[in-house]
Design a protein around this ligand. Structure first.
Ligand SMILES: *[C@@H]1O[C@H](CO)[C@@H](O)[C@H](O)[C@H]1NC(C)=O
Length: 414
C-alpha cells in the first residue's frame, strides 16, 4: 500500500497506461505508413542491374552509335522530371543519337535517392544506355562537351544542329530545358513532332499498368471507349496541398501556365476569364481556383452529358495536408446534391459516384507508383479537368492529345 502511494495514484496509472498505449499505437501506425510507402529495394536492384547489362549489350552490338548525355533536373516532382526526360529522349531521337538516361530522383525515399528509370518509363530505356556505363561507350577523347546558351526562341533548333555534328559523344553541360524554356512559346514548335514521339515511344512499366487496370476495375471506371466495363467518368485534378503558397509566389512573379497547357490549341479549353499573368488575382484564380469555380467548370462539362455521372478526383490529401480531405468532401457533397444539380441544369441528375485518389487500391510496396497511376486514371477519363500550372495535369494533357489522339474539347483547364 505504502509504495503504491509512493509511485502513483490509480488514476494517474490509468493515464500513464493510456499514454503508453497511445505512444505504441502511433509508432506502429507511423512504421506501418513508412513501410507501406517503402519501395521494394530488391526489385530496384534487379532493374538497375538489368539496365546495365542491356546497356552493355547495346554498346557492344552497335559500335557506330553516337551518344548524347544531358544535364538534367535533379529533384522536383516526378512529372517535372518525366516531361524533361521525354523531351531529351525525343531530341536524341531527332538527331539520331542514343540517349544516355539517368535515374529518377525519388524524393519519397530521401532528397538524393534514386530509382531506376525503367521502373517507371521503360520505353525511354529501350535502345538507350544508362549513364552508369557512359564511360564504356565514350572515352574522354571521343567526347565533346558543349554549352548551349542561346535564347529560348532558337534553342531547340540550335541544339539540334549541335547534336547533328560528327562527334561520337556529346555532353550538354548546361541545363537547357529550364523552367523558363518550358513556359515559353518555343515549346509550341516542338509539339507536332513530339506528339508522334509520344504515340510511338511512351510506355508505363508493367506494375504501373497493372495497378491502373486494378484501379479501373476496383473503382468501376471505364478504361476506354472501346471497353464496355465500368462507368464512363470525368477526372478532376484537384491540386491543393502546397499549391496555396506556390500559387502565391507564381502570382508575384507573373507566371503563366506550364509546358503543354500553353499550347494555342488549348486556349478554348481554358475556362474563362482568360488568364492574364500581369494580374495577380487572375493567376490565383487559375492556379488555386475556388470550389465555386471548380463546380462551375464541372457544370459546363456535364450539363448536357447525362451519361457522365461518375467523377474521379485526383487530390493530394495526406497527413501533412489534412484540410484537402475537408475540401474534397465539400466538393463531393455539392456534386451529389440533387437540388443543386437541377438548379445548375444537369440533364441527368447529380453525380452518382465520386471516387478519389485515396481509394486507389495501392498494395504493400507499391506506393512509388501511385503518382503515375493517378496520371493514367486522368488520361483514360472521358473528360479531364486539370490545372494548367501543374506538371501532372500537363503530362495528362500531353498523353491524351499526343499519345492517344484525344480531343481538346474533352479537356478543361481550371
Ligand atoms: C484581375 O483578375 C480578376 C479575376 O479574373 C478580375 O476580376 C479583375 O477585374 C482583373 N483586374 C483587372 C485590372 O483587369
Amino acid at each position: 500500500m505504502q509504495y503504491r502511494n509512493y509511485l502513483a495514484s490509480p488514476s494517474s496509472w490509468r493515464l500513464l497506461r493510456l499514454f503508453l498505449a497511445f505512444i505504441v499505437a502511433s509508432s506502429l501506425l507511423i512504421s506501418y505508413l513508412f513501410l507501406k510507402s517503402r519501395p521494394s529495394y530488391a526489385l530496384y536492384t534487379i532493374l538497375a542491374k538489368h539496365e546495365i547489362s542491356e546497356s552493355r549489350r547495346f554498346i557492344h552490338n552497335s559500335p557506330d552509335n553516337k551518344y548524347v548525355l544531358f544535364k538534367q533536373l535533379q529533384g522536383a516532382g516526378f512529372n517535372n522530371q518525366a516531361q524533361e526526360i521525354l523531351l531529351f529522349h525525343h531530341l536524341a531521337w531527332l538527331t539520331s543519337r542514343v540517349y544516355v538516361y539517368q535515374p529518377i530522383i525519388w524524393r519519397p525515399r530521401g532528397s538524393q535517392a534514386t530509382v531506376p528509370l525503367s521502373a517507371f518509363m521503360p520505353g525511354v530505356t529501350r535502345n538507350s544506355i544508362s549513364a552508369a556505363v557512359f564511360n564504356e561507350a565514350c572515352s574522354p577523347e571521343e567526347t565533346k562537351r558543349i554549352k548551349v546558351r542561346v535564347n529560348n526562341g532558337v534553342l531547340w533548333e540550335y541544339t539540334k544542329q549541335q547534336l547533328n555534328g560528327r562527334e561520337k559523344c556529346i555532353v550538354v553541360e548546361d541545363w537547357i530545358l529550364n523552367w523558363n524554356f518550358l513556359a515559353s512559346a518555343a515549346l509550341h514548335d516542338i509539339w507536332p513532332e513530339f506528339q508522334k514521339y509520344l504515340s510511338k515511344y511512351f510506355q508505363w512499366s508493367d506494375p504501373i499498368r497493372a495497378i491502373a487496370a486494378r484501379a479501373h476495375n476496383h473503382l468501376n471506371l471505364r478504361e476506354s471507349l472501346s471497353n464496355p466495363d465500368g462507368e464512363p467518368y470525368i477526372a478532376l485534378h484537384f491540386r491543393r496541398g502546397d499549391f496555396e503558397g506556390h500559387c502565391q509566389s507564381l502570382a508575384e512573379h507573373y507566371t503563366g501556365f506550364t509546358t503543354w497547357a500553353t499550347l494555342p490549341s488549348l486556349d478554348p479549353s481554358t475556362y474563362p476569364p482568360t488568364l492574364t499573368t500581369a494580374n495577380q488575382t487572375s493567376v490565383i484564380e487559375h492556379c488555386y481556383p475556388t470550389l465555386h469555380r471548380i463546380v462551375e467548370i464541372i457544370d459546363a462539362q456535364v450539363r448536357d452529358k447525362p451519361h457522365l455521372r461518375t467523377i474521379h478526383v485526383l487530390h493530394d490529401g495526406a497527413w501533412d495536408h489534412p484540410l484537402v480531405y475537408a475540401q474534397h468532401y465539400r466538393l463531393e457533397a455539392t456534386l451529389t446534391n440533387a437540388a443543386r444539380a437541377k438548379r445548375a441544369g444537369w440533364v441527368g441528375g447529380p453525380m452518382r459516384r465520386v471516387t478519389h485518389s485515396g481509394q486507389v487500391p495501392i498494395r504493400w510496396g507499391e506506393a512509388d507508383w501511385a503518382v503515375m497511376v493517378d496520371v493514367e486514371l486522368a488520361r483514360r477519363a472521358e473528360v479531364f479537368i486539370g490545372n494548367g500550372y501543374s506538371s501532372l495535369s500537363t503530362q495528362v494533357v500531353a498523353l491524351r492529345l499526343g499519345a492517344d489522339g484525344g480531343r481538346v474539347e474533352d479537356i478543361t483547364l481550371l
